[in-house]
Design a protein around this ligand. Structure first.
Ligand SMILES: Nc1ncnc2c1ncn2[C@@H]1O[C@H](COP(=O)(O)OP(=O)(O)O)[C@@H](O)[C@H]1O
Ligand SMILES: O=C(CO)[C@H](O)[C@H](O)COP(=O)(O)O
Length: 353
């Protein structure tokens, strides 16, 4: 939440993995059953929790504040228009990308006044601010376009398309994105569908991933230890690697505890067990999407730091049972640049007034 001093966070920023269970009963009382917002880590729970403790309590900050996702705030620094977002970032605050509108049950709430206006991802918003343009020597033609979420940007970077194609982002967390003919949303399992033009990107984000590895090993150790792993052999070790308490997908449980024991003497065996266990969580994620009605996964591209690990790719291919390969472009920033390119191609007249 930002304001009432323009652009200054009103009560600190809130990370994606943080839950606000105090707001869950209020959110569940207005939203349809199992809607994406019915999870303690949803943006709507964060908004309601903030509203109840700071925004709507009579201090006045609520009337001038605006809700900004991370990319909204970064883009605002460039274009200077307050309260503009995109329908990918706005999904977890309850925006309906199919109707292209906030639902009436949100608009009826007093905190709806802090919600940003929403455009399609990659739509031109405005020209770059004059001071920013001169500071960086940018052209007057340079426009700022709406963004998307990091794992959708990673999906775009992989330049894959069509039902059954998927991208797993193996960064600090593990996020899966699958092109599906059917839209699937179920907060009981942390499953939701993002709109990608006329297609659905079904998936979810687990708190497992590289952040756990980084708590245990340096990146150099990961490379060295991986050399001693035989990826064709299944590890018997069964962990649930989490960096802290709490999981979002394929199990939605804010109290889930990490399971990283027993630790064998050999670090290579330990790492093998962890990589294999993360692969099992990924496989469970894709099979859950299928069970809930999504198109079956046919091929997985990998983005993020974990994509560099070929042993892990082989383990994942064995566990997932479909071809897995590293995306040619593994950086989400590449996908964000492709979105901006699309927006910049539009006529200047399309810039929001
Ligand atoms: N060789 C490797 N094998 C597996 N994971 C790795 C390897 N090297 C780095 N990583 C993991 O990649 C993660 C960083 O990837 P990155 O995509 O930059 O993450 P972020 O989501 O933070 O942007 C780290 O958490 C690290 O543990
Ligand atoms: O886990 C994450 C952090 O890296 C993801 O960014 C995020 O939670 C996934 O969001 P989405 O599926 O809406 O793109």
């Amino acid at each position: 939440m930002y304001g009432p001093t323009r652009g200054a966070p009103s009560k600190g920023s809130l990370s994606f993995f943080l839950g606000r269970p105090d707001a869950l009963p209020a959110v569940e009382s207005i939203a349809p059953a199992n809607h994406t917002v019915c999870s303690a880590s949803s943006t709507l729970c964060k908004l309601v929790s903030w509203w109840n403790t700071a925004g709507g309590d009579g201090t006045g900050s609520g009337s001038a504040a605006v809700l900004m996702h991370q990319s909204d705030w970064l883009l605002w620094l460039l274009h200077g228009r307050y309260g503009v977002s995109d329908y990918n970032n706005a999904l977890k605050v309850g925006y309906d990308p199919e109707a292209d509108a906030y639902p009436s049950w949100i608009m009826a709430q007093p905190y709806s006044r802090v919600l940003p206006s929403v455009m399609a991802p990659g739509a031109p918003i405005a020209a770059v601010r004059d001071d920013v343009r001169s500071q960086y020597g940018l052209s007057k033609e340079c426009v700022v376009c709406t963004g998307t979420t990091d794992s959708i940007a990673a999906f775009l970077a992989a330049r894959t398309a069509g039902p059954g194609r998927a991208v797993t982002s193996l960064g600090s967390t593990l996020a899966v994105k699958l092109v599906s003919e059917a839209r699937v949303d179920d907060a009981r399992f942390g499953v939701y569908s993002h709109r990608l033009d006329d297609a659905w990107l079904v998936g979810g984000a687990s708190n497992t991933g590289g952040a756990v590895l980084r708590q245990l090993f340096t990146d150099d150790q990961l490379v060295a230890l991986s050399r001693d792993i035989d990826p064709a052999a299944a590890s018997p070790l069964d962990y649930y690697p989490l960096p802290r308490k709490g999981e979002r997908f394929p199990v939605s449980d804010p109290d889930m505890a990490p399971r990283l024991q027993p630790r064998p003497e050999s670090d290579a065996e330990y790492l093998h067990g962890i990589l294999e266990s993360i692969a099992r969580i990924e496989a469970r994620g894709y099979s859950l999407l299928r069970e809930l009605g999504a198109t079956a996964v046919e091929e997985v591209f990998t983005a993020g730091g974990g994509a560099q690990n070929e042993k892990w790719t082989t383990i994942r291919e064995r566990v997932l049972g479909v071809p897995v390969r590293k995306a040619e472009q593994t950086e989400a920033a590449y996908g964000a640049a492709l979105l901006a390119l699309k927006g910049a191609d539009r006529r200047v007249g399309a810039i929001a007034s």
